[in-house]
Design a protein around this ligand. Structure first.
Ligand SMILES: Nc1ncnc2c1ncn2[C@@H]1O[C@H](COP(=O)(O)OP(=O)(O)OP(=O)(O)O)[C@@H](O)[C@H]1O
Length: 621
């Protein structure tokens, strides 16, 4: 009855949660609901819209957990973020990311709304209320001794002052406002960038009952940094120097740092975004101000699908550092919160020009992410975990490199929240579920089978009726009433059996067709994946060859450059002996020419001037 994909056997990097957003007339694209969570289970059924029923099977997707439309922000936070926050306190990196179709609620989940805090605000709230007065004094500890040699470290007050003085100079330009601020503006909050600091954060949900466990003898420092991946380039969102002109922003590089903190004994150092601004915050309010400044710098534009659509992948890094009572740094780890831009169809989003190019870059990076997610649950032919091609795109490199390289003390653990609208774009949503789900089954539910086999029911019934009419005509002539009833009953029974057999056959055929279609689709998907992988591998090889070639050229250039210049005296001597040789040759030629010439000893005459004229005196030189 079912064609089942193998259950996950590899150690999964991402736990995958599904969050359904409440549908609204604005967000709804489909006429009927196509996503239905199985009550009390971690499965969701995807029923294709009615007109497509004949071609598609009903699919069942499994996740770590499903949050239905009634789930609150706090429910999602407790399940997904709290373990990662505790993990960061204990010295291990973690990542929380959201994935979904545009408008499905990623930013709402991560950053909340005017009434509700998002995962980010709740994480900061719980972190600072847990740390309380055990926060280190910025001026009394040497945070620079750690891996921040490549980062620009500032305290929140200085950062805030700089940002505000940069903002005061230029009146607000709405077109470069970030999504979060734009939401606030829509809600009538503020119209001046300079008043960013006064944006209030919703009190709900109350997370005062939540806390993380800290080491009783330690003190802590919290550093916040924010960057975005826009058109495959990394930009600092807390850079005050380019706040009034986004085109002047300098792209940053993701690389291994030149120094690592003394406490980091792992062989492989973590990759970091080099030259990033890291702001020290001492309390929740300061952290929120930093967050708002960063959000205001983020790329967001209205599209047809979402009035304030994120056009970049945004990364917020909350770095927790532990210090001994004497102020020596003990360890540190980060919680990365990532708001991924949504995949979208150009036709639906009605984008063009720059927006279309952005969408292309977004979709490409999300496709690579999809492949990585799909492969994290698969096992290759030799029984080993499948190779995850995370080097394919900058986004997957940022998300996965520190996990698969084993850097930072055995890699990081992460949670992915897949957001979906049960009445949104059927094709786009199903595609995301296919590659993000931890398990998938293709099923033919009973109800749907019956609905489809309705055709055979009615044709069987009508043929039975025809047969009965013919029988009754014959029987009425020569049989008694009882015999007639008995025969009719047996006839009915027989028809019923035939009808059941037909239904069974129909079901089998239908099941067979569905399985064949599903298998074919799987094969095709696998083929496309393989082709893409091959393509990327070839491209990688070509790039490596190209870089090697370039390096070779550079190396040669350096060699030539490094040749010691010949000694000047040596060179003069060389030239002099060359000169002497030439002079002798010329003299020999001259003598030879003179001896052969009929007008020996004359210089010219009336005809052409002798070619040897003037050579007689060469000996002088
Ligand atoms: N769970 C939810 N409860 C209430 N409203 C929601 C929920 N999810 C999303 N919304 C609303 O839907 C709209 C679009 O959501 P949001 O901006 O979060 O989408 P997105 O997935 O981030 O889109 P994009 O990828 O284009 O940035 C917002 O107005 C948001 O408030």
């Amino acid at each position: 009855m079912e064609s089942t994909k193998s259950p996950p056997t590899t150690a999964q990097l991402f736990q995958v949660f599904l969050r359904l957003r409440p549908s609204s007339p604005q967000s709804s694209v489909s006429e009927t609901r196509f996503l239905t969570p199985a009550p009390g289970q971690n499965f969701v059924y995807v029923t294709p819209p009615q007109e497509r029923n004949r071609f598609r099977a009903i699919e069942k997707f499994g996740f770590t957990r499903i949050f239905d439309e009634l789930s609150e922000q706090k429910d999602v936070f407790v399940e997904t973020v709290m373990p990662l926050l505790q993990q960061a306190i204990n010295g291990r990196d973690g990542t929380l990311a959201t994935l979904g179709v545009t408008g499905s609620g990623k930013t709402h989940t991560i950053l909340g709304s005017k009434d509700q805090k998002g995962m980010t605000q709740m994480a900061l709230d719980v972190l600072f209320s847990s740390v309380g007065d055990r926060i280190v004094d910025y001026n009394k500890v040497d945070i620079m001794t750690s891996d921040h040699t490549e980062a620009i470290l500032t305290d929140a007050a200085t950062f805030h002052e700089r940002m505000n003085s940069a903002l005061v100079k230029t009146p607000i330009k709405r077109r470069i406002l970030g999504k979060f601020l734009a939401h606030k503006l829509q809600d009538g909050h503020t119209s001046k960038r300079s008043s960013l600091a006064h944006i209030s954060t919703p009190k709900a949900p109350d997370v005062s009952d939540l806390s993380v466990d800290l080491d009783s003898k330690s003190k802590y420092a919290v550093l916040i940094s924010m960057y975005e991946l826009y058109n495959d380039r990394i930009f600092d969102l807390l850079d005050d120097s380019s706040i009034n002109n986004q085109n002047r922003r300098k792209a940053l590089i993701f690389k291994k740092p030149s120094t690592t903190p003394a406490w980091d004994t792992s062989k492989e150092s973590k990759k970091v975004v080099s030259g990033l601004r890291k702001i020290y915050a001492k309390n929740f309010q300061e952290a929120l101000q930093i967050l708002e400044h960063g959000q205001a710098s983020r790329r967001a534009s209205p599209t047809h699908s979402n009035s304030v659509s994120s056009r970049s992948h945004a990364f917020l890094q909350i770095e927790v550092k532990r210090f001994s009572p004497r102020g020596n740094e003990k360890n540190g780890a980060s919680l990365h919160i990532v708001d991924l831009a949504g995949s979208e169809r150009a036709r639906t989003a009605k984008t063009a020009g720059e927006r279309l190019a952005e969408a292309g870059s977004i979709n490409r990076s999300l496709m690579c992410l999809g492949q990585c997610l799909q492969l994290q649950t698969q096992v290759s032919d030799n029984g080993k975990p499948a190779v995850v091609p995370w080097r394919q795109s900058k986004l997957t490199e940022l998300l996965f490199s520190n996990s698969f390289s084993g850097a930072g003390g055995g890699g990081q653990r992460a949670s992915m929240i897949v957001t979906a609208d049960a009445m949104g774009d059927f094709n786009a949503t199903t595609q995301i579920l296919r590659y993000s789900a931890l398990a998938r089954e293709v099923t033919v539910p009973r109800a749907a089978s019956r609905q489809i086999s309705g055709m055979s029911d009615s044709s069987a019934a009508s043929s039975a009726l025809e047969e009965l009419t013919a029988l009754s005509t014959t029987l009425s002539q020569d049989d008694s009433k009882d015999a007639l009833i008995a025969r009719l009953l047996s006839q009915l029974e027989e028809t019923e059996t035939r009808w059941r057999d037909a239904e069974e056959r129909c079901l089998n055929i239908e099941q067979q067709v569905r399985e064949e279609v599903a298998d074919e689709m799987e094969e095709r998907l696998e083929e496309v994946r393989r082709e893409t992988l091959e393509h990327f591998e070839m491209e990688e090889e070509w790039r490596e060859g190209y870089v090697d070639g370039k390096l070779e050229i550079l190396r040669k250039g350096i060699e030539i450059h490094e040749d010691t210049p010949p000694d000047a005296a040596e060179r003069i001597q060389e030239l002099e002996s060359e000169n002497e040789l030439l002079r002798r040759e010329v003299l020999a030629l001259r003598r030879e020419a003179l001896s052969r010439s009929p007008s020996k000893g004359r210089s010219g005459g009336r005809g052409f001037p002798s070619p040897l004229k003037g050579m007689e005196n060469l000996e002088m030189y």
